[in-house]
Design a protein around this ligand. Structure first.
Ligand code: 2PG
Ligand code: MN
Ligand code: MN
Length: 560
């Protein structure tokens, strides 16, 4: 099909469901379902609105899968995340995602035959190959084994001088694991050196403080990385990265996510790996949101977000292309999934006016990811997207309510305005505060999210509309690392190991509201339904049949 005119997007009328209802489509970020437990912050928190759905209308409440192959990830051990979750929610189909595509390209060796690798290879003779990215096996933004394979593959194909610029994690993996990951990669580099490749770690820093900001929330994060990676300047200088990470973790409250930037220096105190003219650079994260800002800094000639001081002439490629619309970066090692004909695009072609809103840290989730990794509007006459500025310079346990109230109020106004048929929001609380590992703050955050849901549901009641409340993956419902039997695991000091990452849990979906036609309920014959089934469901509730290649709808209409 593709974009052969509006007709290609025409949807058939739903045989039973009416058009024109206002639908609030609410995504609670990081809100999974798990057994009651002291580390289940959603259970601990007062969440009367979310609880009421299950209690009062069990035939309109169910769980759906939000991790692993149900969202296009390599295996059932892969926790869900926002990118794949919102892609599935918006696109209604399951696409092999970045992690999987990179695995396949590395396994087959095709990664080395592509245009992107040939492009960076031009620098191997005279220049240095720099790899910049998240160093962990979290599998959300990058994966250690992929970096290891790429390192080896590049060395075998002629890279003589390699520098790594690492970002420590602690968000997709347990805090404190950075040391082990750095040791592992140092081993690999030592083996390469034995083979005559000059391979070293050149710089580093914690992902949330250095480089991996998103949606232009705080450019100073990217600047800190630029200074270390490109200019070779950082407040902390060390002889080795293992020493760096160990030392920096000794300061009170140190955390892998927030380690300050450091550079590795030689005996004379000179940085071992600034990026200079003639070098090649690969950003090794496959996921887009937290690499886009750096990609702009590396690629754009006109750039005014911070003073780059020196802009080296480099051959730069992303692991993937991070933004298909902006064609950013223009060179990449693996082609991203081609997500097209998303529900958002169908709806604008069928007269459904859409409003989308979140705060900065999740704004791209309900727009860019939702629309298949596409920036901007399909049709500005039919859509309005509102971004509420997120707090900057704090960790979100300090303000766990975040902007939930503001998002809900904007959505409420949009619902009451009568201008929109779909009002879509993401409430970040469970996820963003869950990632801090602060259990008490996460409880507060979940309550705030629940209150926000109530505001929107009340507005829907006023206009006779419909609500669909769901989530993109788990996080706040389980805040502790568990052994196989489910018991919390302890570290060597006897403290429980706090889980800052997402989970493998399913997420709830609830539908309701006075506009929901009588007889609508969840089908019982889609037991393995997942996030990708939501798009067809919502399209039905707007009064249309879903495209035939979409994952099936979760609802049926029984005669009443
Ligand atoms: O913060 C992020 O980048 C990820 C975790 O790595 O979370 P989410 O997928 O919820 O955006
Ligand atoms: Mn999320
Ligand atoms: Mn998250």
């Amino acid at each position: 099909m593709g974009s052969s005119g509006a007709n290609a997007f025409k949807l058939a009328d739903h045989p039973k469901l009416p058009k024109g209802k206002t639908i609030a489509l609410i995504v609670l970020d990081g809100w999974g379902e798990a057994n009651p437990d002291p580390y289940n912050c959603i259970h601990t928190a007062e969440t009367p609105t979310m609880d009421s759905f299950k209690k009062t209308a069990p035939e309109k409440w169910r769980l759906i899968k939000a991790h692993g192959t149900a969202v296009g990830l390599p295996s059932e051990d892969d926790m869900g995340n926002s990118e794949v979750g919102h892609n599935a929610l918006g696109a209604g189909r399951i696409y092999a995602q970045g992690a999987k595509l990179v695995d396949l390209a590395l396994e087959s060796g095709k990664i080395y035959d592509g245009e992107g690798f040939k492009y960076i290879k031009q620098s191997f003779d005279k220049g240095t190959l720099h790899l910049i990215g998240l160093l962990s096996d979290g599998g959300v933004h990058s994966r250690l084994d992929q970096v290891q394979l790429l390192l080896k593959g590049a060395a075998e194909r002629g890279a003589k001088r390699i520098r790594l610029h690492i970002l420590t994690d602690g968000r997709d993996v347990i805090d404190g694991t950075s040391v082990g990951f750095v040791e592992t990669i140092e081993n690999d580099l030592a083996k390469l050196r034995e083979k005559g490749v000059d391979a070293k770690i050149a710089s580093g820093g914690g992902r949330m403080y250095v480089t991996m900001d998103r949606y232009e929330n705080d450019w100073s994060v990217v600047k800190r990385g630029w200074d270390a990676q490109v200019l070779g300047e950082a407040p902390h200088k060390f002889k080795s990265a293992v020493e760096a990470v160990k030392k920096l973790r000794e300061t009170p409250k140190a955390n892998d996510q927030y380690l300050p930037p450091f550079v590795i220096v030689d005996d004379s105190g000179k940085a071992v790996g600034p990026i200079v003219d003639g070098d090649a650079v690969v950003t090794v994260n496959f996921r887009a949101d937290r690499m886009t800002m750096l990609a702009k800094a590396l690629e754009y000639e006109d750039f005014d977000k911070f003073d780059r001081v020196r802009v080296p002439k480099i051959n730069y490629a992303g692991m993937l292309q991070y933004d298909g619309e902006l064609k950013l970066p223009s060179h990449y090692l693996v082609s991203p999934p081609e997500i097209e004909r998303t529900s958002g695009e169908y709806l604008v072609h069928n007269g459904v006016k859409t409003f989308a809103c979140s705060e900065t840290v999740k704004f791209g989730h309900v727009t860019f990811f939702w629309n298949g990794n596409r920036s901007g509007y399909f049709n500005p006459e039919m859509e309005e997207y509102i971004e509420i500025p997120s707090d900057v310079g704090i960790t979100f346990n300090v303000q766990p309510k975040m902007k939930a109230l503001e998002i809900a109020e904007k959505a409420r106004d949009a619902i009451l305005s009568g201008k929109f048929h779909q009002v879509r929001v993401n409430l970040p609380n469970g996820d963003m505060v869950g990632h801090t590992g602060d259990v008490e703050a996460t409880v507060v955050s979940c309550k705030a999210a629940d209150e926000a849901v109530k505001i929107m549901i009340d507005a829907i009641a006023q206009v006779g509309g419909i609500f669909v409340v769901t989530a993109d993956h788990g996080n706040a419902e389980d805040m502790v690392k568990r052994d196989k039997s489910g018991k919390p695991m302890l570290d060597k000091n006897g403290n429980v190991q706090i889980l800052t990452s997402h989970t493998l849990q399913p997420v709830p979906i609830a539908i309701g509201g006075p506009g929901l036609a009588p007889g609508v309920r969840f089908r019982s014959d889609v037991p393995t339904g997942g996030l990708a089934n939501v798009a067809a469901t919502v399209i039905n509730l707007h009064g249309f049949e879903a495209p035939s290649d979409y994952e099936t709808t979760l609802i049926e209409v029984v005669d009443k």
